[in-house]
Design a protein. Structure first.
Ligand code: GRF
Length: 196
């Protein structure tokens, strides 16, 4: 049965667009829902243009704790019969309870060659450390931030006169190739590591 995919975003949603387009073209899964935790996420409009249903659930607007936020998310995922979640620039850490429930069915893309540079500001730290290469990683999401099983990695070079913006756009370009390819393999049940 074709897997139904939800993509979680918080911002520009460029990875979401790459994922949706690849699913629409290659039909290895069905792009079913785009969920944002930010009402002003630019990606929401891009999803609408792509004719993908969208929902916005802002934690601040729900009285109480994160569990209410996640319960609201879970309800939407059940409404849409979602099988797989792709985090794509979703800037909120999900609880252990949520992550455990979705174990083996939730992926993330991170802008570094994990296990190096877990967390935020990866490109800044890559520059400070005078790295010669960096890249991006698609991994399974587990309780420990950015530490789940690595499914795919792509490298990009760092040039002597580079700055954060240049590295960011070079990495992003690779992300748009890596995430769809890795999701495709994942949906087909293939476990070989994708290297680009
Ligand atoms: C990407 O760099 C991704 O690796 C990180 O957040 C950024 C999202 O960009 N997790 P976009 O919203 O997909 O354009």
């Amino acid at each position: 049965m074709t897997k139904k995919v939800a993509i979680f975003i918080s911002g520009s949603g460029s990875n979401m667009v790459a994922l949706v387009k690849s699913m629409q073209t290659l039909q290895f899964a069905l792009p079913t829902l785009v969920l944002s935790n930010k009402r002003d996420a630019i990606g929401l409009n891009k999803a609408k243009d792509l004719k993908i249903p969208t929902v916005c659930i802002e934690a601040e607007k729900l009285a109480g704790c994160d569990l209410n936020f996640e319960a609201a998310i879970q309800k939407e995922l059940e409404n849409f019969n979602i099988d797989i979640i792709c985090l794509a620039g979703f800037m909120r850490v999900l609880s252990s309870k949520f992550v455990d429930f979705w174990q083996g069915k939730i992926l993330n893309i991170h802008p570094s060659l994990l296990p190096k540079y877990i967390g935020l500001n990866t490109h800044e730290r890559v520059l400070e450390n005078h790295e010669e290469v960096t890249g991006c990683t698609v991994h399974e999401v587990t309780r420990k931030l950015d530490c789940g099983r690595i499914l795919g990695q792509a490298t990009v070079p760092i040039f002597p006169d580079d700055n954060v913006e240049a590295i960011k756009s070079r990495v992003l370009e690779k992300e748009h190739m890596l995430y769809p390819k890795t999701l495709e393999q994942f949906c087909l049940g293939r476990s070989d590591l994708i290297i680009m």
